[in-house]
Design a protein around this ligand. Structure first.
Ligand code: 5AD
Ligand code: SF4
Length: 470
């Protein structure tokens, strides 16, 4: 058996930002334990972090795991494991389906990775751990490479129980991390160059509602009493942090106090991802979303009053059981009325162990595809119109680095989360905030030139706080 110091690993991640963050923490843990990150083909240990949100996501992971377990025949000593939401949902059954699997760890049990790998190497197993006890703070705070923008999980699990959703089943009851642990993590990544923090949770503004998160009740400088605005304030105050975002939202979290925090804390970006799922009250009620369209609009208005430039993005499910043509048209009209800045459209996928699973999947695959295409085309038109309005205007861009599509161009994001590319100029570094004059716009991105006069170095986060937003 090879020494652990020589062992390499690779993590393949499917699913949401929370999963990406979990993979990052898992990587940090393995590196602390002497494992080395490697390309998938060459890695001794390959870990697949899976998603269960739609059937397609599980199918992808299944396909990948099938291929990986097959490689074990050629490579003795290779370890293949599965973590995340699908691991939690299927547990033991996955090891029966895929006999080569060495371990199956649920999303709250990732700190068991080193011991599961060790067990596999000793020939013990497969190890299945889908327990309820959550990973320790040390694991959650772990980061490997620190980029300009860093995800931080603040609220795990979900108590909402929407009829279509597998998340409460796989990620458990809602639990908020202690603020001290979150702030320790933010301070550590800020010291390593992070400039933007994206706070993550399934219903992120419910932070601190199910369990206490603040050790002391000393008043916040801004006089915030709700745990989430208090956390926004504290994160924004960490030296080096220029921007704070959070996702995903729920209308019940759009309180007056959150609106005040968004108005008063300049580092909090004027952007909210607020999944609406449907624009029909009938469908919303059947989904068990806990609001109707009027309440959703009121929540958006509350935040827009505080930050008029607010961009609202959303998720939509088409073809939910019983969704009629009329319901669908209501969603279309509603999306126009809100003027969503971006929308992710999903075709309903029945998930086992969810309330809606028992209901007839009444909308045909063809009709779901049609509704999906119609909403995508609508959103594309809206995107193009709103992005074109920015041509000739200046936007502040937090520079992330070379663009994925064209490395001669660099890319970053505006406060409302629009992607902007520009020609790299000497002296501009990832983490800088530059002012870019927008020259061209597509539905998904803006292109422009840096106006050097407004180049703010990484140390001058205050400069942006007075800057314009788009
Ligand atoms: N089918 C289709 N889409 C779903 N989502 C969640 N569950 C399902 C499902 N069963 C979508 C919702 C959610 C996003 C992350 O995925 O729109 O906001
Ligand atoms: Fe994320 Fe939900 Fe997929 Fe789990 S099931 S990875 S929480 S999107």
């Amino acid at each position: 058996m090879r020494a652990k110091e020589e062992m390499s690993f690779h993590i393949r991640t499917y699913g949401c930002q929370m999963n990406e963050r979990d993979s990052e923490a898992a990587r940090a843990l393995l590196e602390r334990n002497g494992y080395r990150l490697e390309e998938e083909d060459a890695a001794d240990v390959v870990i697949v972090n899976t998603c269960s949100v739609r059937d397609k996501a599980e199918e992808k992971a299944r396909g990948k795991l099938g291929l990986l377990t097959a490689t074990k025949r050629r490579r003795s000593g290779r370890v293949v494991g599965v973590i995340g939401c699908m691991a939690q949902r299927l547990g033991e059954a996955l090891t029966e389906e895929l006999p080569g699997l060495d371990f199956v760890l649920g999303p709250n049990r990732l700190s068991a990775l080193p011991s599961a790998i060790e067990a596999a190497r000793r020939g013990v197993g497969p190890v299945v751990d889908t327990g309820e006890t959550r990973d320790a703070a040390e694991f959650m705070e772990g980061h490997a490479e620190t980029g300009v923008s860093v995800f931080v999980n603040i609220l795990l699990g979900c108590n909402r129980g929407c009829a279509y959703c597998v998340v409460p089943r796989v990620r458990g009851r809602e639990w908020s991390r202690p603020a001290a642990s979150v702030l320790r993590e933010v301070e550590a990544v800020a010291a390593r160059g992070a400039r933007e923090i994206v706070l993550l949770g399934q219903s992120v503004m419910a932070y601190g509602r199910s369990n206490a998160v603040w050790e002391n009740e000393s008043p916040s400088p801004g006089g915030y009493r709700e745990p989430f605005p208090r956390l926004l304030e504290a994160v924004a105050a960490v030296p080096g942090i220029a921007r704070v975002r959070f996702t995903s939202g729920h209308p019940s979290g759009c309180t007056e106090e959150l609106a005040r925090a968004m108005a008063e804390i300049p580092a909090v970006c004027p952007h909210i991802h607020l999944p609406v799922q449907s624009g029909s009250d009938r469908v919303l009620a059947r989904m068990g979303r806990g609001y109707n369209v009027e309440q959703y609009l009121a929540a958006v208005e509350r935040l827009r009053c505080a930050r008029p430039e607010l961009a609202v993005t959303t998720d939509i499910i088409v073809g939910f059981p019983g969704e009629t043509e009329e319901d669908f048209e209501a969603t279309r009209g509603f999306m126009d009325a809100v003027g969503f800045d971006q929308a992710f459209i999903f075709k309903y996928s029945p998930r086992p162990d969810t309330p809606a699973f028992a209901w007839p999947d009444s909308v045909s695959a063809e009709e779901k595809a049609r509704r999906n295409a119609v909403l995508l085309a609508d959103q594309d038109r809206r995107n193009l119109a709103s992005r074109r309005r920015l041509i000739g205007r200046a936007v502040d861009v937090l520079v992330e680095g070379p663009s994925l599509r064209n490395v001669r161009r660099w890319a970053g994001r505006t406060p409302v989360n629009h992607i902007v590319t520009f020609d790299q100029m000497n002296g501009i570094q990832p983490g800088d905030i530059v002012r870019v004059l927008v020259r061209r716009a597509t539905a998904q991105s803006l292109h422009g030139e840096v106006s050097t006069a407004h180049h703010f170095g990484a140390s001058s986060s205050a400069a942006e706080k007075g800057g314009t937003t788009a």
